[in-house]
Design a protein around this ligand. Structure first.
Ligand code: FAD
Length: 408
Protein backbone atom coordinates (compact mmCIF):
# COMPACT_ATOMS: atom_id res chain seq x y z
CA UNK A 1 0.00 0.00 0.00
CA UNK A 2 1.20 3.53 -0.82
CA UNK A 3 1.85 5.29 2.49
CA UNK A 4 3.35 8.60 1.34
CA UNK A 5 1.44 10.27 -1.47
CA UNK A 6 0.76 13.60 -3.11
CA UNK A 7 -3.02 13.17 -2.78
CA UNK A 8 -5.14 10.75 -0.75
CA UNK A 9 -8.83 10.52 -1.67
CA UNK A 10 -11.08 9.17 1.08
CA UNK A 11 -14.26 7.41 -0.11
CA UNK A 12 -14.83 5.08 -3.07
CA UNK A 13 -18.27 6.14 -4.32
CA UNK A 14 -18.77 7.61 -7.77
CA UNK A 15 -17.37 10.96 -6.58
CA UNK A 16 -14.15 9.64 -4.98
CA UNK A 17 -13.22 7.42 -7.94
CA UNK A 18 -13.97 10.27 -10.35
CA UNK A 19 -11.64 12.62 -8.43
CA UNK A 20 -8.91 9.96 -8.55
CA UNK A 21 -9.54 9.54 -12.29
CA UNK A 22 -9.39 13.24 -13.10
CA UNK A 23 -6.25 13.79 -11.01
CA UNK A 24 -4.62 11.00 -13.04
CA UNK A 25 -5.89 12.49 -16.31
CA UNK A 26 -4.19 15.74 -15.33
CA UNK A 27 -0.93 13.91 -14.64
CA UNK A 28 -1.17 13.42 -10.85
CA UNK A 29 -0.80 9.70 -10.23
CA UNK A 30 1.10 9.73 -6.92
CA UNK A 31 -2.28 9.10 -5.34
CA UNK A 32 -4.26 6.58 -3.36
CA UNK A 33 -8.00 6.16 -2.80
CA UNK A 34 -8.94 4.70 0.59
CA UNK A 35 -12.35 3.03 0.83
CA UNK A 36 -13.87 1.72 4.06
CA UNK A 37 -15.47 -1.35 2.40
CA UNK A 38 -16.02 -2.09 -1.32
CA UNK A 39 -16.27 0.61 -4.01
CA UNK A 40 -19.89 1.93 -4.19
CA UNK A 41 -20.60 0.93 -0.54
CA UNK A 42 -22.36 4.22 0.29
CA UNK A 43 -25.26 5.68 -1.72
CA UNK A 44 -23.78 4.86 -5.10
CA UNK A 45 -24.74 1.16 -5.30
CA UNK A 46 -28.48 1.79 -4.96
CA UNK A 47 -28.81 4.90 -7.16
CA UNK A 48 -31.05 4.81 -10.22
CA UNK A 49 -28.15 6.07 -12.32
CA UNK A 50 -30.01 8.93 -14.02
CA UNK A 51 -27.59 11.24 -15.75
CA UNK A 52 -29.67 13.96 -17.29
CA UNK A 53 -28.36 17.27 -18.59
CA UNK A 54 -31.30 18.95 -16.94
CA UNK A 55 -30.96 18.68 -13.17
CA UNK A 56 -32.83 20.63 -10.56
CA UNK A 57 -30.39 23.55 -10.91
CA UNK A 58 -29.62 24.82 -14.41
CA UNK A 59 -26.29 26.27 -13.33
CA UNK A 60 -25.09 22.72 -12.80
CA UNK A 61 -25.59 21.67 -16.43
CA UNK A 62 -21.83 21.95 -16.99
CA UNK A 63 -21.29 19.35 -14.24
CA UNK A 64 -23.97 17.05 -15.66
CA UNK A 65 -22.48 17.26 -19.15
CA UNK A 66 -18.97 16.61 -17.80
CA UNK A 67 -20.21 13.52 -15.96
CA UNK A 68 -21.62 11.72 -18.99
CA UNK A 69 -18.41 12.62 -20.84
CA UNK A 70 -16.29 11.24 -17.96
CA UNK A 71 -18.14 7.91 -17.77
CA UNK A 72 -18.09 7.32 -21.55
CA UNK A 73 -14.41 8.25 -21.68
CA UNK A 74 -13.62 5.85 -18.80
CA UNK A 75 -15.59 3.11 -20.58
CA UNK A 76 -13.47 3.59 -23.68
CA UNK A 77 -10.23 3.62 -21.69
CA UNK A 78 -11.00 0.71 -19.34
CA UNK A 79 -12.96 -1.53 -21.70
CA UNK A 80 -15.57 -1.87 -18.91
CA UNK A 81 -19.18 -0.99 -19.66
CA UNK A 82 -20.85 1.89 -17.79
CA UNK A 83 -24.24 0.68 -19.08
CA UNK A 84 -25.23 4.02 -20.65
CA UNK A 85 -28.78 4.07 -22.06
CA UNK A 86 -29.25 7.14 -24.25
CA UNK A 87 -32.99 7.50 -23.77
CA UNK A 88 -33.18 11.29 -23.57
CA UNK A 89 -35.22 13.13 -20.94
CA UNK A 90 -38.44 15.11 -20.90
CA UNK A 91 -38.73 17.81 -18.27
CA UNK A 92 -42.44 18.60 -18.21
CA UNK A 93 -43.73 22.16 -17.95
CA UNK A 94 -46.52 21.82 -15.40
CA UNK A 95 -47.01 25.61 -15.49
CA UNK A 96 -46.65 28.41 -18.03
CA UNK A 97 -43.75 29.80 -15.93
CA UNK A 98 -41.81 26.56 -16.34
CA UNK A 99 -42.31 26.71 -20.10
CA UNK A 100 -41.16 30.33 -20.15
CA UNK A 101 -38.06 29.38 -18.17
CA UNK A 102 -37.23 26.60 -20.66
CA UNK A 103 -37.06 29.31 -23.34
CA UNK A 104 -34.66 31.26 -21.11
CA UNK A 105 -32.47 28.18 -20.58
CA UNK A 106 -32.37 27.16 -24.25
CA UNK A 107 -29.48 29.44 -25.33
CA UNK A 108 -27.35 28.14 -22.43
CA UNK A 109 -27.67 24.61 -23.76
CA UNK A 110 -26.89 25.82 -27.30
CA UNK A 111 -23.75 27.50 -25.95
CA UNK A 112 -22.62 24.20 -24.44
CA UNK A 113 -23.47 22.26 -27.61
CA UNK A 114 -26.11 20.15 -25.85
CA UNK A 115 -29.20 19.28 -27.94
CA UNK A 116 -32.23 20.90 -26.25
CA UNK A 117 -35.71 21.16 -27.75
CA UNK A 118 -38.92 22.63 -26.46
CA UNK A 119 -41.77 20.25 -27.23
CA UNK A 120 -45.51 20.87 -27.45
CA UNK A 121 -47.91 18.63 -25.48
CA UNK A 122 -48.70 16.71 -28.70
CA UNK A 123 -45.01 16.11 -29.33
CA UNK A 124 -44.61 14.92 -25.72
CA UNK A 125 -47.38 12.35 -26.29
CA UNK A 126 -45.61 11.08 -29.39
CA UNK A 127 -42.24 10.83 -27.63
CA UNK A 128 -43.71 9.23 -24.50
CA UNK A 129 -47.08 7.54 -25.19
CA UNK A 130 -47.63 6.77 -21.47
CA UNK A 131 -47.83 10.46 -20.48
CA UNK A 132 -51.23 12.11 -20.41
CA UNK A 133 -50.18 15.49 -21.83
CA UNK A 134 -53.64 17.05 -21.44
CA UNK A 135 -52.65 19.25 -18.50
CA UNK A 136 -49.09 20.20 -19.38
CA UNK A 137 -47.78 23.25 -21.22
CA UNK A 138 -45.01 21.37 -23.03
CA UNK A 139 -41.61 19.98 -22.09
CA UNK A 140 -37.89 20.53 -22.38
CA UNK A 141 -36.38 17.60 -24.27
CA UNK A 142 -32.70 16.68 -23.99
CA UNK A 143 -32.42 13.68 -26.34
CA UNK A 144 -28.78 12.70 -25.72
CA UNK A 145 -28.86 12.03 -21.97
CA UNK A 146 -30.15 8.97 -20.12
CA UNK A 147 -28.88 6.71 -17.38
CA UNK A 148 -25.82 4.62 -16.48
CA UNK A 149 -25.28 1.61 -14.26
CA UNK A 150 -23.77 3.32 -11.16
CA UNK A 151 -21.72 0.29 -10.11
CA UNK A 152 -20.47 -0.28 -13.65
CA UNK A 153 -19.58 3.40 -13.98
CA UNK A 154 -17.73 3.45 -10.63
CA UNK A 155 -15.72 0.35 -11.52
CA UNK A 156 -14.91 1.61 -15.03
CA UNK A 157 -13.74 5.00 -13.73
CA UNK A 158 -11.63 3.32 -10.99
CA UNK A 159 -10.13 0.87 -13.50
CA UNK A 160 -9.22 3.70 -15.90
CA UNK A 161 -7.61 5.63 -13.01
CA UNK A 162 -5.59 2.57 -12.01
CA UNK A 163 -4.41 2.05 -15.56
CA UNK A 164 -3.01 5.58 -15.51
CA UNK A 165 -1.10 4.80 -12.29
CA UNK A 166 -3.43 5.72 -9.41
CA UNK A 167 -3.90 3.26 -6.53
CA UNK A 168 -7.11 2.04 -4.87
CA UNK A 169 -7.22 0.43 -1.41
CA UNK A 170 -10.48 -1.25 -0.42
CA UNK A 171 -11.36 -2.36 3.12
CA UNK A 172 -9.21 0.47 4.38
CA UNK A 173 -11.30 2.79 6.58
CA UNK A 174 -9.71 6.07 7.61
CA UNK A 175 -10.17 6.26 11.38
CA UNK A 176 -8.86 9.82 11.73
CA UNK A 177 -6.95 12.57 9.95
CA UNK A 178 -4.70 15.26 11.38
CA UNK A 179 -2.28 17.87 10.07
CA UNK A 180 1.41 17.51 10.93
CA UNK A 181 4.46 19.20 9.47
CA UNK A 182 2.59 20.64 6.47
CA UNK A 183 1.11 17.27 5.56
CA UNK A 184 -1.91 15.21 6.57
CA UNK A 185 -1.68 11.95 8.49
CA UNK A 186 -4.47 9.44 7.93
CA UNK A 187 -4.82 6.53 10.35
CA UNK A 188 -5.99 3.26 8.80
CA UNK A 189 -5.88 -0.38 10.00
CA UNK A 190 -3.08 -0.94 7.45
CA UNK A 191 -0.96 1.87 8.89
CA UNK A 192 -0.55 5.65 8.63
CA UNK A 193 -0.86 7.29 5.22
CA UNK A 194 0.94 10.62 4.80
CA UNK A 195 -0.50 12.89 2.14
CA UNK A 196 0.34 16.40 0.95
CA UNK A 197 -3.32 16.89 0.08
CA UNK A 198 -6.49 15.04 1.06
CA UNK A 199 -9.87 14.95 -0.68
CA UNK A 200 -12.77 13.99 1.59
CA UNK A 201 -15.35 12.27 -0.64
CA UNK A 202 -17.21 10.45 2.12
CA UNK A 203 -20.67 11.96 1.59
CA UNK A 204 -22.72 12.07 4.81
CA UNK A 205 -19.86 10.43 6.72
CA UNK A 206 -17.83 13.60 6.14
CA UNK A 207 -19.69 15.52 8.85
CA UNK A 208 -18.41 13.34 11.71
CA UNK A 209 -15.01 12.82 10.14
CA UNK A 210 -14.43 16.58 9.91
CA UNK A 211 -16.06 17.41 13.26
CA UNK A 212 -13.08 15.65 14.86
CA UNK A 213 -10.81 18.46 13.52
CA UNK A 214 -13.14 21.32 14.47
CA UNK A 215 -15.15 21.59 11.27
CA UNK A 216 -18.91 21.78 10.93
CA UNK A 217 -19.97 21.05 7.33
CA UNK A 218 -23.79 20.97 6.96
CA UNK A 219 -23.89 17.49 5.41
CA UNK A 220 -26.85 15.33 6.44
CA UNK A 221 -28.44 12.10 5.23
CA UNK A 222 -32.01 12.30 3.94
CA UNK A 223 -34.12 9.24 3.23
CA UNK A 224 -34.81 8.91 -0.49
CA UNK A 225 -37.30 6.48 -2.01
CA UNK A 226 -37.41 4.83 -5.39
CA UNK A 227 -40.02 2.37 -6.64
CA UNK A 228 -39.65 -0.24 -9.36
CA UNK A 229 -42.80 -1.72 -10.90
CA UNK A 230 -43.57 -5.13 -12.31
CA UNK A 231 -43.68 -5.48 -16.10
CA UNK A 232 -46.04 -2.99 -17.72
CA UNK A 233 -47.59 -4.62 -20.86
CA UNK A 234 -47.68 -1.27 -22.74
CA UNK A 235 -43.92 -0.96 -22.22
CA UNK A 236 -43.12 -4.58 -23.03
CA UNK A 237 -44.40 -4.12 -26.60
CA UNK A 238 -42.36 -0.98 -27.34
CA UNK A 239 -39.48 -1.11 -29.86
CA UNK A 240 -37.35 1.52 -28.15
CA UNK A 241 -36.74 2.69 -24.59
CA UNK A 242 -38.94 5.52 -23.29
CA UNK A 243 -37.32 8.87 -22.44
CA UNK A 244 -37.06 9.67 -18.73
CA UNK A 245 -39.70 12.05 -17.39
CA UNK A 246 -39.29 14.67 -14.64
CA UNK A 247 -42.28 16.59 -13.34
CA UNK A 248 -42.64 19.23 -10.63
CA UNK A 249 -46.37 18.47 -10.22
CA UNK A 250 -45.68 14.86 -9.20
CA UNK A 251 -42.25 15.68 -7.72
CA UNK A 252 -40.92 12.50 -9.29
CA UNK A 253 -38.60 11.28 -11.98
CA UNK A 254 -39.78 8.25 -13.93
CA UNK A 255 -37.75 6.15 -16.31
CA UNK A 256 -38.06 2.78 -17.94
CA UNK A 257 -36.34 -0.10 -16.08
CA UNK A 258 -36.44 -3.22 -18.25
CA UNK A 259 -40.16 -3.58 -19.07
CA UNK A 260 -41.33 -1.65 -16.01
CA UNK A 261 -40.96 1.82 -14.50
CA UNK A 262 -38.47 3.19 -11.99
CA UNK A 263 -39.78 6.14 -10.00
CA UNK A 264 -37.65 8.41 -7.81
CA UNK A 265 -39.63 10.57 -5.41
CA UNK A 266 -38.85 13.91 -3.75
CA UNK A 267 -41.29 13.95 -0.84
CA UNK A 268 -42.82 17.18 0.35
CA UNK A 269 -42.07 16.26 3.98
CA UNK A 270 -38.70 14.51 3.80
CA UNK A 271 -37.28 12.49 6.66
CA UNK A 272 -33.67 12.36 7.78
CA UNK A 273 -31.58 9.38 8.79
CA UNK A 274 -28.98 8.86 11.52
CA UNK A 275 -29.01 12.40 12.91
CA UNK A 276 -27.33 11.06 16.05
CA UNK A 277 -24.43 9.66 14.04
CA UNK A 278 -23.97 7.13 11.25
CA UNK A 279 -24.04 3.62 12.79
CA UNK A 280 -20.48 2.31 12.95
CA UNK A 281 -21.54 -1.06 11.50
CA UNK A 282 -23.51 0.40 8.55
CA UNK A 283 -22.76 -1.70 5.47
CA UNK A 284 -24.44 -1.76 2.03
CA UNK A 285 -27.90 -1.35 3.46
CA UNK A 286 -31.27 0.13 2.68
CA UNK A 287 -33.69 1.66 5.19
CA UNK A 288 -37.25 0.43 5.77
CA UNK A 289 -39.50 1.89 3.03
CA UNK A 290 -42.63 3.87 3.91
CA UNK A 291 -45.14 3.72 1.04
CA UNK A 292 -47.77 5.73 2.95
CA UNK A 293 -45.54 8.79 2.79
CA UNK A 294 -45.25 8.39 -0.97
CA UNK A 295 -48.97 8.03 -1.70
CA UNK A 296 -49.72 11.72 -2.46
CA UNK A 297 -47.01 11.62 -5.13
CA UNK A 298 -48.04 8.25 -6.52
CA UNK A 299 -51.65 9.44 -6.82
CA UNK A 300 -50.51 12.41 -8.87
CA UNK A 301 -48.38 10.10 -10.99
CA UNK A 302 -51.52 8.04 -11.77
CA UNK A 303 -53.05 11.24 -13.20
CA UNK A 304 -49.97 12.06 -15.23
CA UNK A 305 -49.30 8.49 -16.35
CA UNK A 306 -52.57 6.51 -16.06
CA UNK A 307 -50.84 3.23 -16.95
CA UNK A 308 -48.99 3.44 -13.63
CA UNK A 309 -52.30 2.89 -11.79
CA UNK A 310 -52.39 -0.67 -13.19
CA UNK A 311 -48.75 -1.48 -12.45
CA UNK A 312 -47.80 -3.67 -9.51
CA UNK A 313 -44.99 -2.45 -7.27
CA UNK A 314 -42.09 -4.92 -7.35
CA UNK A 315 -39.59 -3.12 -5.12
CA UNK A 316 -39.63 -0.04 -2.88
CA UNK A 317 -36.14 1.11 -1.94
CA UNK A 318 -35.36 3.71 0.69
CA UNK A 319 -31.71 4.75 0.71
CA UNK A 320 -29.71 7.37 2.61
CA UNK A 321 -28.71 10.30 0.41
CA UNK A 322 -26.53 13.26 1.36
CA UNK A 323 -28.01 16.76 1.21
CA UNK A 324 -26.72 20.28 1.84
CA UNK A 325 -28.82 23.34 2.81
CA UNK A 326 -29.01 24.54 -0.82
CA UNK A 327 -29.05 21.11 -2.46
CA UNK A 328 -25.69 21.68 -4.19
CA UNK A 329 -22.49 19.72 -3.51
CA UNK A 330 -19.57 21.15 -1.51
CA UNK A 331 -16.43 21.26 -3.64
CA UNK A 332 -13.11 22.92 -2.99
CA UNK A 333 -10.51 23.74 -0.36
CA UNK A 334 -11.48 24.01 3.31
CA UNK A 335 -10.47 27.41 4.72
CA UNK A 336 -7.62 27.40 7.24
CA UNK A 337 -6.92 23.71 6.65
CA UNK A 338 -4.22 23.88 3.99
CA UNK A 339 -4.22 20.83 1.74
CA UNK A 340 -7.69 19.63 2.79
CA UNK A 341 -10.39 19.49 0.09
CA UNK A 342 -14.06 18.59 0.23
CA UNK A 343 -16.00 16.69 -2.45
CA UNK A 344 -19.16 15.72 -0.59
CA UNK A 345 -22.85 16.64 -0.33
CA UNK A 346 -24.06 15.09 -3.59
CA UNK A 347 -27.74 14.25 -4.01
CA UNK A 348 -27.38 13.73 -7.77
CA UNK A 349 -23.89 12.33 -7.54
CA UNK A 350 -24.18 10.00 -10.52
CA UNK A 351 -25.50 12.86 -12.63
CA UNK A 352 -22.85 15.34 -11.47
CA UNK A 353 -19.99 13.27 -9.94
CA UNK A 354 -17.77 12.95 -13.01
CA UNK A 355 -18.05 16.62 -13.99
CA UNK A 356 -17.59 17.80 -10.41
CA UNK A 357 -14.45 15.69 -10.10
CA UNK A 358 -13.04 17.29 -13.24
CA UNK A 359 -13.78 20.73 -11.76
CA UNK A 360 -12.12 19.85 -8.43
CA UNK A 361 -9.09 18.09 -9.94
CA UNK A 362 -8.39 21.12 -12.14
CA UNK A 363 -8.58 23.32 -9.04
CA UNK A 364 -6.22 21.04 -7.07
CA UNK A 365 -3.65 20.74 -9.85
CA UNK A 366 -3.72 24.38 -11.01
CA UNK A 367 -4.43 26.14 -7.71
CA UNK A 368 -7.36 28.04 -9.27
CA UNK A 369 -11.04 27.17 -9.69
CA UNK A 370 -12.64 27.26 -13.13
CA UNK A 371 -14.78 30.42 -12.81
CA UNK A 372 -18.58 30.45 -12.83
CA UNK A 373 -19.25 27.66 -10.34
CA UNK A 374 -18.95 29.64 -7.09
CA UNK A 375 -22.37 28.20 -6.15
CA UNK A 376 -20.72 24.87 -5.30
CA UNK A 377 -17.65 26.14 -3.43
CA UNK A 378 -17.12 24.29 -0.15
CA UNK A 379 -16.67 27.40 1.99
CA UNK A 380 -20.07 28.98 1.24
CA UNK A 381 -21.77 27.98 4.52
CA UNK A 382 -18.97 29.11 6.83
CA UNK A 383 -18.32 26.95 9.89
CA UNK A 384 -21.06 28.11 12.24
CA UNK A 385 -24.34 26.93 10.75
CA UNK A 386 -26.39 25.17 13.41
CA UNK A 387 -27.74 21.70 12.72
CA UNK A 388 -31.30 23.04 13.17
CA UNK A 389 -30.80 25.75 10.55
CA UNK A 390 -29.20 23.29 8.14
CA UNK A 391 -31.96 20.68 8.57
CA UNK A 392 -34.64 23.30 8.12
CA UNK A 393 -33.07 24.52 4.87
CA UNK A 394 -32.61 20.95 3.61
CA UNK A 395 -36.27 20.14 4.27
CA UNK A 396 -37.29 23.11 2.14
CA UNK A 397 -34.90 22.49 -0.72
CA UNK A 398 -35.60 18.73 -0.82
CA UNK A 399 -39.36 19.33 -0.91
CA UNK A 400 -38.96 21.59 -3.95
CA UNK A 401 -37.99 18.46 -5.85
CA UNK A 402 -38.23 19.22 -9.54
CA UNK A 403 -39.47 22.80 -9.10
CA UNK A 404 -37.33 25.25 -11.03
CA UNK A 405 -35.40 27.82 -8.99
CA UNK A 406 -37.06 31.20 -8.30
CA UNK A 407 -34.17 33.12 -9.81
CA UNK A 408 -33.01 32.66 -13.37
C1 FAD B 1 -32.80 5.61 -3.89
C2 FAD B 1 -31.78 6.53 -4.48
C3 FAD B 1 -31.76 6.78 -5.84
C4 FAD B 1 -30.83 7.66 -6.40
N1 FAD B 1 -30.84 7.87 -7.75
C5 FAD B 1 -29.95 8.73 -8.29
C6 FAD B 1 -29.93 8.97 -9.70
O1 FAD B 1 -30.72 8.42 -10.46
N2 FAD B 1 -29.01 9.86 -10.19
C7 FAD B 1 -28.12 10.50 -9.38
O2 FAD B 1 -27.33 11.30 -9.86
N3 FAD B 1 -28.12 10.27 -8.04
C8 FAD B 1 -28.99 9.42 -7.49
N4 FAD B 1 -28.97 9.19 -6.14
C9 FAD B 1 -27.96 9.89 -5.33
C10 FAD B 1 -26.61 9.20 -5.49
O3 FAD B 1 -26.71 7.87 -5.05
C11 FAD B 1 -25.55 9.94 -4.67
O4 FAD B 1 -25.61 11.34 -4.93
C12 FAD B 1 -24.13 9.45 -5.00
O5 FAD B 1 -24.07 8.05 -4.99
C13 FAD B 1 -23.15 10.05 -4.01
O6 FAD B 1 -21.87 9.56 -4.32
P1 FAD B 1 -20.67 9.82 -3.32
O7 FAD B 1 -19.45 9.22 -3.93
O8 FAD B 1 -20.66 11.26 -2.94
O9 FAD B 1 -21.07 9.07 -1.98
P2 FAD B 1 -21.15 7.52 -1.61
O10 FAD B 1 -21.54 6.69 -2.76
O11 FAD B 1 -22.00 7.42 -0.39
O12 FAD B 1 -19.65 7.17 -1.28
C14 FAD B 1 -19.01 7.55 -0.07
C15 FAD B 1 -18.01 6.45 0.23
O13 FAD B 1 -17.20 6.84 1.33
C16 FAD B 1 -16.88 5.65 2.03
N5 FAD B 1 -16.43 6.02 3.38
C17 FAD B 1 -17.16 6.59 4.38
N6 FAD B 1 -16.41 6.78 5.47
C18 FAD B 1 -15.15 6.34 5.17
C19 FAD B 1 -13.93 6.27 5.87
N7 FAD B 1 -13.83 6.69 7.14
N8 FAD B 1 -12.84 5.75 5.25
C20 FAD B 1 -12.91 5.33 3.96
N9 FAD B 1 -14.06 5.36 3.25
C21 FAD B 1 -15.17 5.87 3.83
C22 FAD B 1 -18.19 4.87 2.02
O14 FAD B 1 -17.99 3.51 2.30
C23 FAD B 1 -18.67 5.13 0.60
O15 FAD B 1 -18.27 4.13 -0.30
C24 FAD B 1 -29.89 8.31 -5.56
C25 FAD B 1 -29.89 8.06 -4.19
C26 FAD B 1 -30.82 7.19 -3.65
C27 FAD B 1 -30.81 6.96 -2.18
Amino acid sequence: MRTDVQVAVIGGGIVGVSVLYWLAKLGWTDTVLLERRELTSGSTWHAAGNTTYFGPYPKMTQLFAGSIRTYLQAQEESGQSVGFHETGSLRLAATQRELDLFHVYKPRFAQMGIPFHIRTPDEVSRLHPLIDAGDIFGAAHTPTDGHVDPTGATNAVAAAARTMGAAVERHCPVASLRPEGGKWLLETPAGTVTAQQVVVATSFWAREMLAAIGLNPPLFATQHHEIITETVPEIAVLDSELPAMRDSYVSCSVRQERDGLLIGIYETAPEFWALDGIPKDFKEELLPPNIDRLMPHLERLMERMPTFAQAGIKVANNGPMCFTPDGLPMLGPIPEKAGLWLASGFNVGIGTGGGSAEFLAKWITSGHPVPGLEAVHADRFGNDMTAEAALDAIRKVYARGYHLPDSI
